[in-house]
Design a protein around this ligand. Structure first.
Ligand code: KIV
Length: 271
């Protein structure tokens, strides 16, 4: 089998080249086959199988409860659909914060069982051993700094991070450490736009922002939020591209009406 047929069209190297020529990187989450088919065919660069699946697919308040087995299930459903985009899978809470050997074992399971292209991990210096060990096994790692939802119980709030100088300096330091370690990209979540721009200018690897302004090398949103499926979440950074909540509710209501009235199925809709 040729290399071309075993890798997707978008690779980690391609993302770096895109940054080099100033081409913005588009990234969205997906968690299932049908959604990933649409998102990939539309031409997205990166699909993130985010642990936000815990929120939008399973209805948990935080991302903490989702398990490695559940992430693998979602990721496998996505990779079956994706032909072009780079597929990145979130390592769930508890699989990499301790022992780096356990972190490597989890990352290897993700790569072997899902056929994804890379993993994503939240944090900086405190998880560097795990990141380095995973990278040393040839597994590409995307970092994630700023608002790190897996640490919600430490911060107690989802508000903007790194507004104070000390935290901004720490984030800058962490971003450089992740680049030096060999991460191919870093997500910057909910930090001031000026800081995100500075990080993006100082690093040679691409940054992908969410609520981090226009100065990052790419943008990511949770698909349920940008499609307006999930109406209860309206942060300032979110742009809604559709109101699928409305479209879907309307379709379901009309179906119920048609079933109740006997209008569905009609003569042509039966055998
Ligand atoms: O889990 C997720 O969807 C994420 C994005 C918000 C970046 O980590």
């Amino acid at each position: 089998m040729s290399v071309e047929s075993t890798t997707r069209a978008v690779t980690t190297l391609r993302l770096k080249e895109m940054k080099g020529r100033g081409e913005k990187i588009s990234m969205l989450t997906s968690y299932d086959f049908s959604m990933a088919t649409i998102v990939d065919a539309a031409g997205i660069d990166v699909i993130l199988v985010g642990d936000s699946a815990a929120n939008v697919m399973a209805g948990y308040e935080t991302t903490l409860p989702i398990t490695l087995d559940q992430m693998i299930y979602h990721a496998r459903s996505v990779t079956r659909a994706v032909k072009r985009a780079l597929v990145v899978v979130d390592m769930p809470f508890g699989t990499y914060q301790g022992d780096s050997q356990a972190a490597l074992d989890s990352a290897i399971r993700i790569m072997k069982e899902t056929e994804a292209d890379a993993v994503k991990m939240e944090g900086g210096e405190e998880i560097l051993d795990s990141i380095k060990r995973i990278l040393s096994a040839g597994i590409p790692v995307m970092g994630h700094l700023g608002l790190t939802p897996q640490s919600i119980h430490k911060f107690g709030t989802y508000t903007v991070r790194a507004k104070e100088e000390a935290e901004a300096q720490r984030l800058l330091h962490d971003a450089h450490l992740l680049e030096e370690a060999g991460c191919f990209s870093i997500v910057l979540e909910k930090i001031p736009a000026t800081l995100a721009t500075r990080v993006s200018q100082e690093l040679s690897i691409p940054t992908i922002g969410i609520g981090a302004g226009a100065g990052t090398d790419g943008q990511v949103l949770v698909i349920h939020d940008m499609l307006g499926i999930n109406k209860g979440f309206s942060p300032r950074f979110l742009r809604r591209y559709a109101d699928l909540h409305e479209v879907m509710s309307d379709a379901v209501s009309r179906y119920i009406e048609d079933v109740k009235s006997g209008d569905f199925p009609n003569d042509k809709e039966q055998y």
